[in-house]
Write a protein that binds this ligand. Structure first.
Ligand SMILES: Nc1ncnc2c1ncn2[C@@H]1O[C@H](COP(=O)(O)OP(=O)(O)O)[C@@H](O)[C@H]1O
Ligand SMILES: [Mg+2]
Length: 254
């Protein structure tokens, strides 16, 4: 049987004493992408932080890569934080930024070896950035920087990849490049959990959806979860464009 990369049963996370996200039962299998969808402040980033081990589990259970959550498995999880950035004036090349992804494995004061350089080259290839490797990071476009930070997460060779709003602010070419990357990673057996407001994107690259608003609304295959009733439970007033049966979330039209 497939080993689940992420497997939760009724898990809840809190900051201090206030429960931020309750009762999540979901899983991510190898080669599968799960979209985590919910309004602003609904607990999406909180869930990723909980999986990473930054927040305490206050109830329920959480298994990451087949183990109860344990900081030692961190090397096999790749994480792209929301709104991460690197100072545009910081004099580093894209390749150096991606190499930072190896340092948890390397230790800060060891020199990269062939295996590290290869992992960086692979991460640049899969994100379509090989030709930009020696360019100063700060001179790349916003979309390329975002893909570069994804490459940094991929340099760890993760089994499970957590992406927090990876498509935010991307123009069409970068969006397509990132979709291609997600597909390629899935074909390599990587499991992906990504947060997004974009239902079209979820339909395009994800196998299942976890819909939340402070608690779980639904988890399962896209067509079973993305129903009008579920979306209304998560977002309140959603409009339906009758012609295409397309659901538009207020504030997230595009
Ligand atoms: N560091 C924190 N300390 C206390 N509360 C927080 C912290 N970060 C987020 N929260 C709260 O947790 C809830 C969920 O936030 P978040 O997971 O960031 O939502 P989302 O990513 O879906 O927009 C919000 O009510 C937010 O105010
Ligand atoms: Mg967030």
């Amino acid at each position: 049987m497939i080993q689940r990369l992420l497997d939760t049963a009724g898990v809840s996370f809190a900051y201090d004493r206030d429960t931020a996200l309750a009762d999540i039962t979901m899983h991510v299998d190898p080669g599968q992408a799960v979209a985590l969808i919910g309004p602003n402040g609904s607990g999406k980033s909180t869930f990723l932080k909980g999986v990473l081990g930054v927040l305490p589990v206050i109830s329920g259970s959480l298994k990451v890569l087949g183990h109860d959550r344990d900081f030692n498995v961190g090397g096999h999880i790749g994480y792209l934080p929301q709104d991460d950035h690197i100072d545009a004036d910081f004099p580093v090349t894209l390749r150096q930024v991606v190499m930072m992804g190896r340092y948890r494995r390397l230790g800060w004061f060891r020199f990269p070896r062939a295996v590290d350089r290869q992992a960086v080259a692979d991460a640049l290839t899969v994100t379509g950035l090989s030709s930009r490797a020696n360019v100063r990071f700060g001179t790349l476009s916003g979309g390329q920087q975002q893909r570069g930070l994804l490459a940094r997460a991929l340099a760890t060779k993760p089994d499970l990849l957590l992406l927090d709003e990876p498509f935010n602010g991307l123009d069409q070419p970068n969006r397509e490049a990132l979709i291609a990357t997600v597909r390629e990673l899935k074909s390599q057996g990587v499991g992906i959990l990504l947060t997004t407001h974009d239902l079209d994107l979820a339909r395009e690259v994800c196998d299942s959806v976890l819909l939340v608003n402070k608690r779980q609304i639904a988890f399962g295959p896209l067509d079973q979860v993305l129903t009008l009733a579920n979306l209304q439970a998560a977002f309140g007033d959603v409009q339906v464009e009758v012609d295409e049966h397309k659901v538009v979330i207020p504030g997230h039209e595009h």
